[in-house]
Design a protein around this ligand. Structure first.
Ligand code: SF4
Length: 167
């Protein structure tokens, strides 16, 4: 997996100050994708997990980490994304994890593979669904289009029913 981009401090990709990691590679090809270059799995630089974790843990202002892309949860990326989250949590368990995905929650659950299941279990908030240009709404918080949901994943998994986060 390659790294398409990294913000060391952001307040527009989730609640609180967050580091944002953009992974390379995305199969969705949404119309008017806001990050077209990151659709290419070979775009960007080496994903150096150790270096990224060190940068994040050195910054005491951060409340969490947001995974974006590209597509963090496609079959090509999900195992490495899971490994990264697990290593990060070992170093600093207080950080909460938000993740953008072009898949819906229901599509991810229907995959029934252990890696995806474990990845979902390690994410606190999932912003799901592809970017749909006809549903674009510039004033939406943390989302590009109205079809996307900000899902409280911990509660959703516990209750087996989608619970959206009020932001
Ligand atoms: S999911 Fe995101 S990165 Fe992928 S094509 Fe859609 S807008 Fe672009």
């Amino acid at each position: 997996m390659k790294l398409a981009g990294f913000y060391d401090e952001s307040i527009s990709n989730g609640l609180g100050w967050r580091a944002v990691i953009f992974v390379s590679g995305c199969p969705h090809n949404c119309e008017n994708c806001h990050n077209k270059e990151a659709q290419d799995f070979n775009y960007g630089t080496e994903f150096n997990s150790k270096e990224i974790i060190e940068k994040i843990c050195d910054n005491s202002i951060l409340k969490g980490v947001t995974l974006s892309g590209g597509e963090p949860l496609c079959k090509e990326n999900v195992a490495e994304v899971l490994k990264f989250i697990q290593s990060l949590k070992k170093e600093k368990s207080s950080l909460n994890i938000w993740c953008y995905t072009g898949y819906t929650y229901e599509e991810l659950v229907a995959r029934e593979d252990d890696v995806t299941k474990e990845a979902l279990g390690n994410i606190d908030v999932l912003i799901d669904g592809p970017f749909v240009d006809s549903c674009k709404a510039p004033n939406l918080k943390f989302r590009g289009s109205t079809n996307q949901r900000i899902i409280d994943l911990k509660n959703t998994l516990q209750n087996n029913s989608v619970i959206e986060l009020a932001v």
